[in-house]
Design a protein around this ligand. Sequence first.
Ligand SMILES: NC(=O)c1ccc[n+]([C@@H]2O[C@H](COP(=O)([O-])OP(=O)(O)OC[C@H]3O[C@@H](n4cnc5c(N)ncnc54)[C@H](OP(=O)(O)O)[C@@H]3O)[C@@H](O)[C@H]2O)c1
Length: 281
Amino acid sequence: MSDTDNSRRTFLALAAAVPSALAMTGIASAQTEEATTPTTTQRVAVVTGSSRGIGAATALRLARDGYDVTVNYLTNRDLAAQVVRDIEAAGGRAIFRQANVADPVAVKALFDANDEAFGGVDVVINNAGIMNVGPFAQMTDEAFDRMMATNVKGSFNVLREAARRVRDGGRIISLSSSIIKTPPPATAAYAATKAAQVLYSSVLAKELAGRNISVNSVAPGAVDTQLLRQHGEEALRGIPEQTPLGRLGQPDDIASVIALLCSKDGAWIDAQNVFANGGLG
Ligand SMILES: NC(=O)c1ccc[n+]([C@@H]2O[C@H](COP(=O)([O-])OP(=O)(O)OC[C@H]3O[C@@H](n4cnc5c(N)ncnc54)[C@H](OP(=O)(O)O)[C@@H]3O)[C@@H](O)[C@H]2O)c1
């Protein structure tokens, strides 16, 4: 064991005795602010961007399906803590940890925190993402670069840790988007970042061949979350009418598909992009 590992363990032991120090790390039970007891018997999921939206619904669903869960957030600490409280209230176990997926050091620390708490990882949901839109002529460098850093580089950072750590028999799932089928004007850069998820999954599935790890992407249609609502009511207008199943998607609709891919029933699905959009597009 390295000096770094030893120092981390010492720090965690000290932090467990000093709740206020632990609270600063984000590695804590939202109920008790105490360290979760390590175990290797449970199956474990890391869900990036799970303080709200599809990620939060997925964290809750996987916990209900028996996984210990590491919840990740960028800025909304209170929401992440609430997801952990909800999991614990339902009898599950979870920790939460701040990490910007665009930062490889932070992503490594996120997975280290998960391993410290739960002893390893079986499922990685590469969900954290942002949507900046604008026509080619008006898109700013800042909006483009931030989205690339989060969605393309960030996903790469997460999938690299997943490739290094997911145990045999595991699952790795990235969030693509149905927008890649017929992207409307002003969505070129976002659609490109979501197309990248399909390619990442296809390549990683081959790299992990022989270990019974499936790697897929899920491509939601329009789902009622902040990601769309930040662009105003206009972003949602007309979608239920254009959708054969007649409504906007809800985060649980996507969490169900992810849960299927993680279940035994989804075991034969590998290197695929699964569209889940109520028939839209
Ligand atoms: N909603 C849709 O219609 C839709 C459709 C197709 C695909 N998707 C994809 O589904 C995924 C989830 O979308 P959503 O609608 O649930 O989004 P959302 O409600 O906006 O939630 C985004 C989540 O990602 C986190 N996040 C953002 N940037 C991050 C970063 N740099 N590092 C770590 N976490 C970060 C946020 O944390 P904070 O709360 O701390 O900010 C939040 O937990 C995205 O990849 C999106 O592209 C969504």
